[in-house]
Write a protein that binds this ligand. Structure first.
Ligand code: TXA
Ligand code: MG
Length: 367
């Protein structure tokens, strides 16, 4: 199957909406990363999503909705009512206080990079939710995604448009690299503004749990609700009862080893020892650093190796910029002729930097 990259003209969006109606898949831009979209009520299409991505079926998908029409509404629980009308959630499983908090969060952060884990309706195929009684839902803040949802007439499940475990795509070319010849259409909406996947949360009467960190931070959610917000611990790859498998280790990984080094570990013996543990001979190294200030130090430490290139994440101490370019920078390091990536620990854990640290850790080889 030849994969076409489409400009997001109205005509092309309508073409893609037709493809979705015919159980085909479309890669669409969102503000976070590109998604591989399918009609979430069409089991054949959902099955294709797992096949094309080589994704295990125990990893559930996020359903995408368009909440544009609710912009000026004063109706109580308007967002939740819409999700119920779209046959996505079971409102009877939610209590009034939780509904109040959810509605407030949706009003504050939608459309945007915040995903809610909610009680699922009986209409959603179990394949979408991996048999869980909950469904993850978000409203992407991207004109093209919104138009595609609107024109298709469906809610669209859309995991990131990469092969399972690999680097998430933040532009159309990266999607092509991951999925060409596997899907018919990619809608090209330019570079994603946020660059990291949405924050995923679940909520109960007493607290909110962040299942995956993203641009909407713990602090932002805490400020909006007054509820305590906790973060779920990292889980191991073999744990199949995971609450949110996006927390699995070894996600977002390049095709060669990536060694993550803390600032206080930039020492010759320590690093050589770690490389030794990788159990393979390496000669050519790509560096992934915060900025160029430590480059000479790294050169002193890596005398035995040929440093092929150095990539910088945080050139102007701007975490938003670093997040936006994170996956693409990782992809460039992956394309390099080097056989090993050595990455410096990201230099902040504040705000969106926390999500950068999370992705960098998950991309790293665990030794
Ligand atoms: O920003 C995003 O969320 C992107 C764009 C395309 O919207 N999508 C994305 O999808 O990152 P994906 O499939 O790569 O990640 C979905 C995450 C996984 O961590 C999955 O485990 C979690 O959402 N998830 C989905 N349904 C869930 C549920 N019912 N309960 C808990 N976690 C769930
Ligand atoms: Mg993903």
């Amino acid at each position: 199957m030849k994969t076409l990259i489409f400009e997001p003209s109205t005509e092309n969006i309508i073409k893609c909406a037709h493809a979705l109606k015919n159980s085909d898949l479309v890669a669409m831009p969102t503000e976070t990363v590109y998604g591989l979209a399918a009609n979430c009520f069409d089991e054949d299409a959902v099955e294709k999503v797992f096949k094309v991505k080589e994704r295990p079926t125990f990893d559930p998908l996020i359903v995408h909705v368009n909440v544009n029409e609710l912009k000026n509404t004063k109706e109580e629980f308007a967002h939740l009512m819409l999700l119920s009308k779209l046959k996505l959630i079971d409102l009877t499983k939610l209590t009034k206080p939780i509904m109040t908090q959810l509605e407030h969060l949706m009003k504050t952060f939608w459309p945007g990079p915040l995903t809610f884990v909610l009680p699922k309706s009986k209409y959603i195929p179990d394949l979408v939710t991996s048999g869980l009684s909950t469904v993850a839902i978000r409203a992407p803040n991207h004109e093209v995604a919104m138009k595609l949802i609107e024109n298709s007439g469906y809610s669209l499940c859309a995991p990131s448009a990469n092969r399972f475990g690999r680097i998430s795509p933040t532009n159309a070319q990266a999607v092509f690299e991951e999925l060409h010849d596997r899907i018919p259409f990619i809608l090209d909406g330019g570079d994603c503004a946020v660059g990291l996947e949405s924050t995923v949360i679940s909520i109960d009467e007493f607290k909110i749990t962040v299942l995956r960190p993203g641009a909407i931070t713990k602090e932002m959610i805490q400020n909006a609700t007054g509820l305590s917000v906790v973060e779920r611990n990292q889980l191991g790859l073999n744990n199949k009862s995971v609450e949110s498998p996006g927390l699995l280790e070894n996600h977002y990984a390049p095709s060669k080893p990536l060694l993550l080094i803390k600032q206080n570990e930039i020492k010759k013996d320590l690093i050589e020892n770690k490389i030794f543990k990788l159990n393979k001979k390496f000669h050519k190294v790509s560096l992934l650093l915060n900025n160029d200030s430590t480059l000479s130090h790294w050169k002193d430490v890596l005398v035995q190796f040929k440093i092929i290139d150095a990539f910088y994440l945080n050139v102007n101490s701007d975490h938003t910029f670093a997040a936006k370019h994170f996956f693409n920078t990782l992809r460039m390091a992956d394309h390099s002729i080097s056989d090993l990536i050595i990455a410096e620990q990201y230099d902040s854990d504040d705000g969106i930097a926390h999500a950068i640290c999370d992705r960098l850790f998950k991309a790293s080889t665990k030794i």
